[in-house]
Design a binder for this molecule. Structure first.
Ligand SMILES: Nc1ncnc2c1ncn2[C@@H]1O[C@H](COP(=O)(O)OP(=O)(O)OP(=O)(O)O)[C@@H](O)[C@H]1O
Length: 614
């Protein structure tokens, strides 16, 4: 295609984009501000020839929702026919007719470029209808006289044998450009570059439960967020959707913030998807304003599923004494181990545990006891805002304890689950060590294969992943990084006095290297790092965020970094990171947060595995 032709075609596409936006936008724009979808066209499909399903035309668009632009059809990304664009494995009957796929590149609201990918050796000479050349500006017929377009079949056709595989990378140039762009504070929709394996997982029917596993940066959160939107889209085939709502559960409030925008953009701000971190969920149940503090559990008993059983058995006894018991009445009943006639348990191990519980007000303030308090409250009075949930998507599921799984299972009215995680990032010994145990606990059927894997890492470059993966068992160490090139991690041995200057100068260097991007310091001792920054002239703008000369740095404990990403990350003193059963989940999470550059500063010896030169 000549340059001139391309710019004419681009003009055409921009015109269609404008018309599409003006048609769909009033439906999707609400009062929720910039997070709401703006009606982007994602791409365009040219078939090998005209097709009667398309009223004799041979091309169509894929966009954020359905529209008919005077005979030019835009199908939603959630409709089965979008498989022609995403190259998933549950093919639509038009999949094997595809000659050319055009993917649109947007900057903000502007369509700035397109990328064509031939899929067949039979690409028609003029694959796409050209509006500026072919469509005369003739007076238009009144809409009511226009013949209705033939309906598109909604059922996906049986898979066809062809060379499309889910390991294929699609829209590669755009994907590369997107990953090289500065990271922002919240995740963005990636529909135009969604990969075939991700699309397959996003579009699994709502009532099918599954476990998805993948190393850091393989797109698990992308799948979680796009799947939430797919499940409630009005363009999703009815057999794949649900009547109720979807709850997306993540690890921290920062994670909820990270994904809320993308879901709002994809759903047009639908109130059928709720995003809450586990602590936020429990605070909602308990109607608490301040998050509880401290460890997620002191002992495995704090989060043991037996507690849920005790609570359910205790409530009828408490109700005999108190007509409308509150959370505290039930808690105190447990603390006393019930009554002489009806003890909660006769097991000495559990009796000791119950007698040792703190007072109710202390328990409410301690994170280790929030799952128990929330379980009690849920059993006695469910908040109406959390009813009607039919599918729960749990991200960072490796960090959910047994008692929390029980609570989530009580909330889930249709028992449909998408459980997503990475066991290598586990941060506690008190969570389940295998997915089989989680499946057993939830008592759900999962399909075949029982665990689906996302293999390709998108976030971190190969040098970063190779360094971080040294922490893993040998069998998990191989790296499939989409971004092959990037700076080697900088590992700097410091003295206690030089650590201060090294930290500040690395933060400044990364800020300068990624002027539009994000930088973080991840440390087991955020207070010490904040003191160093304060002394160097940085000022706190909000919790965990510091500013100097209009540049920001986030300072966080590894627990707070889960699910997040930054362009540059400084990891301070790996030897001080919490370990579980000798494994380095929190350190592994920290080392895999950067998209572009990793710096490790240490005064103490590095963990053995990081000292090994591969
Ligand atoms: N198809 C895609 N197109 C563009 N960007 C993508 C795509 N898939 C993943 N990414 C990007 O890769 C980065 C990592 O994705 P994501 O956060 O979903 O990974 P993850 O598996 O949840 O990681 P972790 O477990 O480490 O938190 C994000 O910036 C995301 O936007």
């Amino acid at each position: 295609m000549t340059l001139n032709q391309k710019s004419l075609d681009l003009e055409d596409e921009r015109t269609t984009q404008k018309r599409y936006r003006s048609k769909v936008r009033p439906k999707s724009v609400g009062t929720r501000g910039p997070a709401v979808s703006y009606g982007a066209l994602l791409g365009r499909i040219a078939l090998r020839g005209p097709n009667e399903l398309l009223g004799g035309h041979g091309d169509f668009y894929i966009g954020e929702s359905y529209a008919n632009l005077d005979g030019v059809r835009v199908f939603s990304w959630a409709a089965p026919v979008a498989c022609t664009f995403f190259r998933g494995s549950q093919h639509h009957e038009l999949c094997h007719e595809v000659a050319l796929i055009r993917a649109f590149e947007h900057q903000g609201e502007n369509l700035v470029d397109f990328h064509d990918e031939p899929m067949s050796d039979q690409v028609p000479a003029e694959p796409f209808r050209k509006r500026t050349l072919r469509v005369p500006a003739a007076p238009r017929r009144p809409a009511k006289l226009r013949p209705p377009a033939p309906p598109m079949p909604r059922q996906p056709a049986p898979p066809v044998a062809e060379t499309i595989t889910t390991t294929t990378v699609r829209a590669e140039a755009m994907l590369r450009a997107q990953l090289a762009a500065p990271r922002t504070r919240s995740l963005a929709p990636v529909l135009a570059t969604l990969q075939p394996d991700q699309y397959d997982l996003v579009t699994v029917p709502a009532m099918d439960s599954m476990i998805i596993e993948g190393q850091p940066g393989t797109g698990k959160t992308i799948v979680a967020s796009h799947r939430a939107a797919y499940l409630v889209s009005r363009d999703t085939p009815p057999e794949n959707t649900l009547d109720g709502s979807v709850l997306v559960v993540g690890p921290t409030a920062a994670y909820s913030h990270h994904v809320r925008d993308v879901i709002n953009r994809l759903t047009g701000g639908s109130d059928r998807v709720r995003v809450l971190s586990l602590p936020e969920l429990m605070m909602t149940i308990l109607d608490m304003e301040k998050p509880p503090a401290g460890e997620i559990s002191r002992t495995s008993q704090d989060v043991d599923e037996n507690l849920a059983r005790f609570v359910r058995a205790a409530i009828p006894h408490v109700r005999k004494k108190v007509l409308h018991p509150g959370c505290i009445d039930v808690y105190n009943h447990l603390r006393r181990n019930g009554t002489g006639d009806h003890p909660v348990t006769r097991d000495p191990k559990w009796m000791g545990y119950l007698y040792g519980l703190p007072t109710a007000s202390d328990a409410l303030a301690q994170r280790a006891h929030t799952p128990l308090m929330a379980t009690i409250q849920w059993e006695i009075q469910k908040p109406p805002t959390l009813t009607g949930v039919e599918h729960i998507i749990v991200d960072e599921a490796q960090d959910v304890t047994a008692l929390e799984w029980h609570l989530l299972a009580s909330i889930n009215e249709a028992d449909a689950w998408t459980v997503i995680g990475d066991l290598n990032q586990r941060r506690s010994d008190h969570t389940k060590a295998t997915w089989q145990e989680v499946v057993g606990l939830l008592d759900i059927p999962v399909g075949d294969p029982p665990i689906r894997r996302l293999e390709r890492g998108y976030r971190s470059t190969r040098p970063i992943l190779e360094y971080a993966n040294r922490l893993l068992p040998a069998a998990d160490r191989s790296v499939l990084a989409f971004q092959q090139d990037g700076p080697q991690p900088v590992v700097e041995k410091c003295s206690r006095t030089t650590l201060d200057t090294a930290l500040v100068s690395q933060v400044k260097r990364l800020n300068a290297a990624y002027p539009k991007g994000t930088v973080a310091v991840i440390t087991a001792d955020p207070e010490a790092a904040e003191t160093r920054l304060r002394r160097a002239g940085w000022a706190r703008v909000r919790a965990g965020v510091w500013e100097r000369t209009q540049r920001e740095v986030t300072v966080t404990h590894p627990d707070g970094a889960r699910g997040l990403e930054f362009d540059g990350v400084v990891v301070v003193e790996p030897a001080d990171f919490p370990q579980n059963l000798g494994r380095q989940g929190p350190l592994y999470t920290a080392l895999t947060r950067p998209n572009r550059e990793l710096v490790v500063l240490h005064t103490k010896p590095l963990p053995d595995k990081l000292r090994v030169v591969s």
